[in-house]
Structures are given as structure tokens and as C-alpha cells.
Ligand binder design. Sequence first.
Ligand code: AMP
Ligand code: MG
Length: 307
Amino acid sequence: MPTETVYGLAANALDPLACTAVYALKGRPADNPLIVHVWDLGHAQTLARTDSRAEQLAGDFWPGPLTLVLERKDGLGTVALRAPVHPVARQLIWLSERPLAAPSANLSGRPSPTTAQHVAEDLGGTPVLILDGGPSAFGLESTVVDLTKNPAAILRPGAVSAEALAAYGVEASASGSRPPSPGTRYRHYRPRVPLVVLVDGARGRAADALGPWARDLSSRGEVVACLAVGAGLPEGVLGRSFPSVEAMATGLFAAFRELENEASVIVVAAPGAEGLGRAIRDRLWRAAGGVFRTAGEPVQPELERGD
Ligand code: AMP
Ligand code: MG
């Protein structure tokens, strides 16, 4: 199903066999829990206990790209819940009259799908029905907030910014500029070609380092693609300059899927860690296998080859 974040592979959350099928189709590790999609707060309360913090966050951000981790009503641990705003997702929840467990509809490890075509690329060979709701508006997954702790904390940065959540007493995780877990537990979001991520350093801006990297890699016979926000791309490279951080968020995964077919290496100038930039940097960090290069440092061409 289309959602405003990315496309989801939806199954009846109350049917263990259906949920098992979702794990099997995606090749998803069994210990990575699914987000359950509900109609509204009342629907969420059939599954989970809510306190005033949860009710306020749901009141202000639902339907929308915010996931709340709550204690299950049956006492069997926690559950992550969100009410999506995309009209097709909402209709599907309404018509099916049950909560829908829906991880991103990509094969585990691949960039998340932001169009129906991306889903078909990954899952077309399997018996799934794809609802085409057009390209996803945000293009990045929901922000996940853990409300089983006090203070509440962001588990995964996403489409709702840490700045917006700070007003509710939600703490940002340390994962803003340089996330602690280098994506080694799960391979995530990876294009099929190596990815170099450049961040601002004391000696230069990420976008200014694109040129030296592109020249060096090209001279080694690589076909280089670059992604940046609001900066000109080096001459002779493929890729895209996005007009805004929001546009990079929307188009990042689609760009990975496009450029992996045209280039032999993708070089990204990461945005700053403010606002949506935090979520983009989290995805880039994982997609690059936990390596950021700092602008101004010498070009280091030893690249980890993806699968
Ligand atoms: P995805 O389905 O790929 O968007 O990933 C869902 C993410 O939601 C997981 O990777 C977890 O980080 C988070 N999540 C889902 N359920 C829980 C839960 N019960 N407790 C903590 N985090 C959860
Ligand atoms: Mg996913």
C-alpha cells in the first residue's frame, strides 16, 4: 500500500501467519519488529495502553508520519503504532476493519520503495497486490518515538523532525550527526553500487568535496554519480542536485534505485543534521555501511563493494 512515507507491505496484524508471510517475502530478520498501522487513537487503544503524552502526540501528529512505541494492552511487551495520512492507506485500514502490520515493501536491505514501480522491482515475482497511489510525499520512513520510557526518546529519526518533537519533551537520540549503530545489525537501504557519503568538516563543505572525489574516482575508471542539495554538480557526472533538503528526502531512495543502474559509484554530499537532515543522514549512514567521509580530508578511494 502507498503511504506518505514509503510504500508498505501490509498484512493483517492480528494474523500471525500473515505477518510471517511478510517476513518471508521481504527476507526480513525475525527480530526486527513491524509497525502496525491503525485508523486513529481509538483504534490504537484497542491494542496498546496510552498515557497523556501519547494522546497529545497522536492528537497533534496523527494521521501522519509519527510512530509511537507503547505497552501492549495484553501485557505481552510493546507495539509500534502509527496512523498514516495517505488516503489509500486510510481506505485500506478502514475497509479491512483491522490494524495492518506494514514494513517498507522492499526486499530487506534494499532502498525503501517510494513508487509502485519500486515495489514491483523488489516483490513483482511474488503473489502481492500492489496499490499504486503515486510517489510517496515524504520519501523517508516515519519517526519512531519510544513512549515506554521517561523521558520519551526518538528511536529512529524520520519525517517528523526532532525539533518538532522537543516541544513535547521527546529526547533526540544521539543519532543526529553520527548515529551510534553503524547499520551492522541490519543491512539497510543499500544501493547495489558503493556509496560514499561526504559531510562538512572543519576544512571544508561536503558539496565542495564532490569535485575532488568525482575527479579522483573518474580517473580510476569509475562512472560517478553525485547527489547534493542546492549545489552545482561537478562537470561530467551523473546525478541530481536537489533544490531543498525536503526534496532530497523525497527523492533519495528513488535516486539510489535509478543511479545504481547507470553509475559504478554514488557520492552524496550530506545535508546538515538539522530538521529532516537528521533523518537523511541516518539513512545515508546505514546505506554506506557506517562510514562518513569528511570534506577536506584526502580522497580515500578504497570502497566497500555492496552485494
Ligand atoms: P520498518 O518496518 O523497516 O519501517 O522498521 C520498523 C522499525 O520500527 C523497526 O526497525 C524498529 O526500529 C521500530 N519498531 C517497531 N516495533 C517496535 C517496538 N515494539 N519497539 C521498538 N521499536 C520498534
Ligand atoms: Mg524498512
